[in-house]
Design a protein around this ligand. Structure first.
Ligand code: F6P
Length: 458
């Protein structure tokens, strides 16, 4: 553990670093999560992570007083949390920032929306109150993401002495799209974040979009400073973890499933509507259709892990991914070649195995705050990997020069990019992979977190 900062640091996010599941005997099983924030926060010693109870197991843990040191889980009323998380955060704010609405019919801002918005306010208030209680005088508080946009403003009112930062892990919508939100709600979101001393983003593009919204709607950003911190891949962890025995085992299985001498196009995503998995499959189908020489010579390894399955639109999307993959296999598959190898069950070791094997990585989101898969594959790749990358991913800003860049809506162009990636000369591919890995690891999670803290305190 690096302990460069002695003073207490508070972090707030909807999902915390630990979750609980009841065992048959009534005791609680706890599971630690991963990700950039968990690893970034390991850089500081004296910290409190305030998060929400997300499941019945989590709520039970709070009621029994079970917790991990440095974690405070809030037992917010389940229906308030559902309205705030599923209703507002994931069905409205996520849709706005990723520009996902089919606007002839959606969104509809009616009485039901207002009811859910009141829950979003109550949920944000619960966080602000807990943070106000936990913070020492002058503590730094780092509030995460679109779930908690109102917290900085609320906390500022309760504790003017604190240093408050807000970090957005998503894109930020351009002003014309942001204005889909009812005017008073849009203003409330912007003013909520501007309650922070500093608002930070993953790329310059999202920071500029936020500044654009503040300028057009409020006339400026007030005294709030704006920052950019492009979270990078955790090279040390990934290189070590990807050579453990379970990953080697999964590589052997994958190699067998792919078949000797075949190339692989790998994608690994949470099955979010913004990840564009279905168009990726259509592009692969177009490749097989238009360039039959690839039939039997390539396999699309697609891992589409479950996400937000409480929302019907996510369940439908997962079903569509499965339907299109099955259709491609039924149309083109042969006795010993399965064109698409789709897995929808989460397995981190298998993801790393696929990263190591990949000849081509397909990262084609409609819009994405960063996309760490694009950064992780070049770091882990055994023999060099060509990256097909959407220009709408935050990672494009840092990786665009050495990737084969696509417009994520253009299926034909994506098919052509896949062909280009599959035929990239070996030397060129490995030179690009080296440069991609360097760019991808420029700001590892601990540095990313400490930079934010320094900038907030500075
Ligand atoms: O990818 C953006 C992001 O906000 C992450 O920062 C966060 O971990 C995730 O989405 C939230 O996902 P979930 O709804 O599964 O908690």
């Amino acid at each position: 553990m690096v302990s460069e900062h002695a003073a207490k640091v508070l972090v707030a996010s909807n999902r915390g670093p630990v979750s609980y599941t009841p065992r048959e005997d009534g005791s609680l099983d706890s599971k630690r999560g991963g990700g950039g924030l968990v690893s970034g926060l390991s850089a500081v010693e004296d910290k409190v992570w305030v998060c929400a109870a997300l499941s019945d197991g989590d709520r039970e843990a709070v009621r029994r007083g079970v917790s991990e040191p440095g974690v405070r889980m809030l037992d917010i009323d389940a229906s308030v949390h559902t309205d705030a998380y599923n209703g507002i955060a994931n069905s409205v704010l996520w849709f706005v920032h990723h520009m996902l609405y089919q606007t002839p019919l959606e969104p509809v801002f009616d009485a039901e929306f207002r009811r859910q918005w009141a829950s979003y306010e109550a949920y944000n208030r619960a966080f602000a109150e807990a943070l106000a209680e936990e913070a020492d005088p002058g503590s730094a508080v780092l509030v995460q993401d679109y779930h908690l946009t109102l917290v900085p403003g609320m906390l500022r009112d309760l504790r003017p002495d604190l240093r408050i930062g807000h970090f957005s892990h998503t894109p930020w919508a351009p002003v014309d799209y942001f204005r889909l939100l009812p005017d008073d709600i849009g203003e409330q979101v912007l003013r909520g974040i501007l309650g922070a001393d500093r608002a930070a983003f993953l790329t310059r593009r999202w920071a500029d979009a936020f500044i654009g919204c503040c300028t057009e709607i409020l006339g400026g950003t007030g005294g709030t400073r704006i920052g950019v911190h492009g979270l990078g891949a955790d090279a040390d962890f990934l290189r070590r973890r990807s050579h453990e025995a379970d990953v080697d085992q999964r590589m052997a299985t994958l190699r067998e499933q792919v078949g000797a001498g075949r190339k692989t196009i790998v994608r690994v995503d949470r099955t979010e509507l913004s990840k564009n998995i279905v168009r990726g499959l259509h592009a692969y189908r177009a490749l097989l259709e238009e360039r039959p020489e690839w039939r039997e010579r390539v396999v699309h390894v697609a891992f589409a892990y479950p996400s937000r399955q409480d929302l019907a639109v996510y369940r439908d999307y997962t079903a569509e991914v499965q339907r299109v993959a099955e259709d491609i296999n039924a149309t083109y598959g042969t006795a010993d070649w399965t064109p698409v190898l789709l897995h929808v069950d989460d397995d981190f070791a298998r993801s790393l195995a696929a990263y190591r094997l990949a000849d081509v990585a397909l990262v084609n989101p409609i819009r994405d705050g960063m996309n760490l898969v694009a950064k992780e594959v070049p770091v882990v790749s055994d023999h060099g990997c060509a990256l097909v990358l959407s220009r709408e991913a935050g990672a494009y800003e840092e990786l665009g020069d050495d990737a084969i860049v696509v417009n994520p809506y253009d299926v034909s162009a994506t098919a052509a990019a896949l062909h280009e990636a599959l035929t990239l000369d070996d030397d060129e591919r490995s030179a690009r992979t080296g440069r991609l890995a360097d760019a991808a690891t420029a700001l590892p999670p601990q540095r990313w977190f400490l930079d934010q803290l320094d900038a907030l305190r500075g």
